[in-house]
Ligand binder design. Structure first.
Ligand SMILES: [Mg+2]
Length: 201
């Protein structure tokens, strides 16, 4: 089966790094639980051009310096033995090199790396016929699941709340792995309104 996997907040523990760098650069003291990677502008009350300048200085560093999420390499490698991995991220294409290096450094295997430069993952997931997306941003999970693709949402302070049908909260990579190998994904979709005849595996 074809599996989509996000980077920041799913493979990379990016939040502490971003908060530290943003706090330092903008000279504020935001806490982890105040931060939403999906909306840095709102959290830090900064403009698009301020963010652009920040990324010019710290972007490359941010893209290659996060610690991996616990269990990500172990379980992604196991999943890769039986499935195709599509790493699909909102990161901009200009960070391709840093991103590839980071994935390699932390032994995170994949078949294709897709840098979108936007948060719109619905079309790219549909185009590649992905059967599940592992994601941490609830807004993206809502959008992708509405297109009939199940989403495994890795729990984070910024993605709390009620989940729509086809979005399943997972707390660890072990839980993500169990859901994929034990067929929770297939079962969920068979029970949904997905068109008849669609082949889950
Ligand atoms: Mg993410």
């Amino acid at each position: 089966m074809k599996i989509g996997v996000d980077i920041d907040g799913v493979l990379a523990n990016s939040l502490p790094l971003w908060v530290a760098e943003l706090n330092n650069y903008f000279n504020v003291n935001k806490q982890l639980n105040e931060m939403h990677l999906y909306n840095v502008l709102k959290t830090y009350e900064i403009s698009q051009s301020e963010l652009k300048l920040f990324l010019k200085h710290r972007g490359q560093y941010l893209m290659k310096s996060a610690e991996p999420v616990a269990g990500a390499s172990h379980y992604l490698s196991r999943i890769k033995q039986q499935h195709e991995i599509y790493i699909i991220t909102a990161r901009d294409k200009r960070y391709q090199e840093e991103t590839q290096e980071w994935l390699k450094k932390h032994n995170l295997p994949y078949d294709e790396l897709i840098l979108l430069g936007s948060h719109d993952k619905k079309e790219p997931c549909l185009e590649r016929n992905l059967r599940v997306l592992v994601e941490d941003t609830l807004e993206i999970g809502v959008q992708v699941s509405a297109a009939g693709i199940p989403v495994l949402l890795l729990d984070a302070p910024y993605n709390q709340g009620t989940l729509p049908e086809l979005v399943f909260r997972k707390h660890t990579w072990d839980e993500i792995y169990q859901a994929i190998v034990h067929g929770q994904i297939g079962a969920a979709v068979k029970g949904s309104s997905r068109p008849a005849g669609s082949n889950m595996f």
